[in-house]
Write a protein that binds this ligand. Structure first.
Ligand SMILES: Nc1ncnc2c1ncn2[C@@H]1O[C@H](COP(=O)(O)OP(=O)(O)O)[C@@H](O)[C@H]1O
Ligand SMILES: [Mg+2]
Length: 340
């Protein structure tokens, strides 16, 4: 902070009560940020009662809010995957199931020194089943899934984010949970590549915890190439989730359309799958849209192939930008280099 700033701005810390330019709780960086926001005209006031959400804001210090605890709904058989993706996931399961044999019986412990947990990276375009696979993995292991809540983890108080990170890992270890960093790019953007959303120090703390976590930690990302290189050596198994091929797309269509849904005779998922390159998430959208179109004709009408075709057309236009990015040949060839 420049000298003139220090004269201009006096900070009173609500924690230690010190009146100063900065203190143990409020760093100079914090003060700079606050001043910047104030200068930009940011105002802070309590929301009207009416605007308030039904549930009160969870307190950031309560560990239970730092991660959502999810009882996995999806099982292994719900996933439709390319063989390489399935194999990589099965590798992970195999190690977890035979950890004792690998480390004790086969002596890996002497090589690795400590009994390691397992860290996985799920990389692929949106809607390809990464979140679903994390649930399925936890389900197979009969463990709860803790989904990290970044917004609650990050805290403006110096050192608090670090403590929160510690709490998340400690709680997951205590519950024997699979720890899931969904959309991990929110934190692990390569430093220097873009403005890092998290402070260096906090990212380092996270990396250390990932390395030393005795359980399973999964990071999912749409942007593997942009993730911090420091992650490379901390990832044990990288799993690529590509846009599914035509055969898998047809299978996903079959699974996304419930048996009770009234289909017209002409509905042909193979034709739809061959014509439209869509992720599983997009296929789910197509199914819902086809249902809406059919319902608009009246509740007694069947869902026709035309309904599906129109919905798929619409969905593929919506996804053009993203799909181009992820299907570009240069990107595909590069795959998730550096992680495999
Ligand atoms: N590989 C897949 N197999 C079966 N269903 C899928 C698959 N990928 C996506 N889906 C469907 O799309 C939905 C969204 O997928 P999700 O796991 O959230 O994708 P991601 O986390 O990769 O963005 C899932 O709940 C599922 O209904
Ligand atoms: Mg997801």
């Amino acid at each position: 902070m420049g000298k003139e700033d220090r004269d201009q701005w006096i900070v009173k810390c609500p924690k230690c009560g010190r009146v100063n330019g900065s203190c143990r709780h409020v760093s100079r960086e914090d003060v700079r940020r606050i001043v910047r926001l104030l200068k930009a005209g940011v105002e802070v006031f309590p929301a009207d009662e009416d605007d308030e959400p039904e549930t009160p804001e969870p307190h950031a210090h309560e560990p239970t809010h730092l991660a959502h605890v999810i009882k996995p709904r999806f099982g292994w058989s719900d996933l439709v995957l390319a063989p390489a993706t399935r194999e990589a996931l099965e590798d992970a399961l195999t190690e977890l199931r035979h950890k004792h044999l690998m480390y004790q019986g086969w002596g890996l412990r002497r090589v690795v020194k400590k009994t390691k947990g397992l860290s996985l990276l799920f990389a692929g375009p949106p809607g390809t089943g990464k979140t679903m696979a994390a649930e399925a993995l936890a389900h197979e292991l009969e463990r709860p899934l803790h989904v990290v809540n970044y917004a609650q983890l990050e805290n403006m108080w110096v050192g608090e984010t670090e403590k929160n990170v510690e709490r998340v890992f400690a709680k997951a270890a205590e519950d024997g949970a699979v720890l899931f960093f969904d959309e991990a790019d929110a934190v692990f953007f390569r430093r220097g590549f873009m403005t890092a959303p998290w402070m260096n120090r906090d990212v380092n703390v996270l990396l250390d915890h990932i390395e030393n976590f005795p359980g399973v930690v999964i990071l999912a990302t749409n942007l593997a190439r942009m993730l911090d290189r420091a992650l490379d050596r901390r990832i044990d198994i990288a799993v690529e989730f590509p846009i599914p091929g035509a055969v898998q797309r047809a299978e996903i269509f079959r699974r996304c359309v419930p048996k009770q849904a009234p289909l017209a005779k002409d509905v042909d998922f193979t034709v739809l799958a061959q014509r439209y390159v869509l992720s599983g998430g997009s296929i789910l959208n197509v199914v819902r849209q086809a249902m809406r179109t059919s319902l608009r004709r009246g509740g007694r009408h069947r869902i026709t192939q035309e309904d599906f075709l129109r919905a798929a057309e619409r969905e593929s236009k919506k996804g053009t930008l993203l799909a181009q990015d992820h299907l570009a040949p240069s990107l595909r060839q590069e795959g998730i280099r550096g992680y495999a």
